[in-house]
Design a protein around this ligand. Structure first.
Ligand SMILES: Nc1ncnc2c1ncn2[C@@H]1O[C@H](COP(=O)(O)OP(=O)(O)OP(=O)(O)O)[C@@H](O)[C@H]1O
Ligand SMILES: [Mg+2]
Length: 348
């Protein structure tokens, strides 16, 4: 099934992430003799971090979160750096390219500060200098960049390992997109060059990372996801796109997903969109989609001859709830204020 790309589509709360967890279990449980793929998941809500603590699966799972995700300025090719500055004009990018090449020839490791100095001392026009510097400073101010790139591709991509890129603690969508852009491009390039194992790249909330129609400034990661969708199959780089808003998902990427797993969808526009983009789905079958219950899924496309209705089995792994329930938060807050009051009393 994973030989081709997959889209998992349904409204919120219909069981997409649950189904995805079950698919992860199946992949991790695969017999060694059959070969195991590397799995990398973009996890915007820290939904899969629980796998790492699970008795059965924990040892094959690695979680990377804000504390251990970073990108080194000098690890970015000029092309990758420019992917982060989508508003750059061709003329500006030529100037920046020259400056970076020059800096590279002198130094292997450099940070954004050194790049700014290099721009400042270059021969280009003042106005161009100013815009380039402001963009680079904008990047420098993000927590995402440091002197190291972590995780390394060797840590991220291991056959039989589920790697969770937990981006929930990065506040801005732009930072999350930068992470997806950087790692997805590394994954694609290194797989194409045969440097890493065949992998399955799973993108939750795919409409945020590969949206249809928004300007490129709002969709840094769209281009690389579409590239993997179009060309990944040749190199055994599989894509799984998960979305509760199929209508906002890039049609280029969606049309490359040969297998669609559809759970409950109610919005008529989304239904219409799914009907059009899923081959082998006739209008009678589409009519059954709003009636699906939680845990029921319709599989259509290349993996099956005709639409198949399945019941998703119960999961074996433990669920991860990020954060604490509301009531617990209230009690914690109360305890904390009490402590503060005590401290105050002692102080007076
Ligand atoms: N096959 C199933 N068996 C039992 N419970 C399920 C099943 N599928 C989903 N659930 C339950 O339904 C709830 C919603 O599931 P889930 O979080 O997977 O939805 P989702 O489609 O990913 O939602 P969102 O779009 O908000 O991310 C969860 O509490 C989950 O435990
Ligand atoms: Mg979900």
């Amino acid at each position: 099934m994973f030989q081709k790309h997959i889209a998992i589509l349904a409204i919120s709360g219909s069981g997409k992430s649950y189904l995805t967890s079950v698919l992860f279990e199946e992949l991790l449980d695969r017999m060694e003799e059959l070969g195991k793929p590397a799995i990398i998941v973009i996890d915007p809500h820290a939904e899969y971090v629980g796998f790492a603590k699970d008795k059965r699966y924990g040892q094959s799972v690695k979680v990377f979160d804000k504390k251990n995700i970073s990108i080194a300025a000098s690890a970015l090719s000029t092309y990758q750096l420019m992917e982060f500055i989508p508003q750059i004009s061709p003329a500006q990018s030529r100037e920046l390219y020259g400056i970076i090449e020059n800096l590279r020839s002198k130094k292997r490791q450099y940070g954004f500060k050194e790049l700014v100095t290099a721009i400042e001392t270059s021969e280009i026009k003042r106005v161009t200098k100013d815009v380039l510097i402001s963009w680079i400073m904008g990047l420098e101010s993000k927590d995402l960049f440091s002197n190291y790139t972590r995780p390394s591709m060797a840590e991220l991509v291991k056959p039989g390992q589920l790697s969770v890129l937990d981006v929930s603690d990065f506040v801005s969508m732009k930072e999350k997109q930068m992470i997806v852009t950087y790692f997805a491009r590394q994954l694609f390039n290194q797989r194409r060059d045969g440097k890493i194992a065949p992998f399955i790249f799973v993108v939750e909330e795919a409409h945020n990372f590969c949206p249809e129609g928004t300007r490129k400034e709002g969709a840094l990661s769209r281009r690389i996801i579409e590239t993997i969708a179009r060309e990944g199959r040749k190199f055994h780089a599989s894509l799984v796109l998960i979305s509760q808003r199929p209508i906002q998902l890039s049609t280029t990427a969606l049309s490359q997903c040969n297998t669609h797993i559809i759970l409950r969808v109610t919005n008529p526009y989304d239904l219409d969109h799914i009907g059009k983009s899923s081959e082998g789905l006739n209008s009678d079958v589409v009519k059954t989609i709003p009636g699906l219950r939680v845990g029921e899924a319709l599989i259509v496309g290349e993996a099956v001859n005709h639409p198949v209705l399945v019941r998703v089995r119960g999961r074996k792994s433990q669920k991860s709830e990020k954060g604490i329930p509301f009531e617990e938060a209230l009690l914690k807050y109360k305890a904390k204020t009490k402590e503060k009051e005590k401290d105050m009393e002692a102080f007076m």
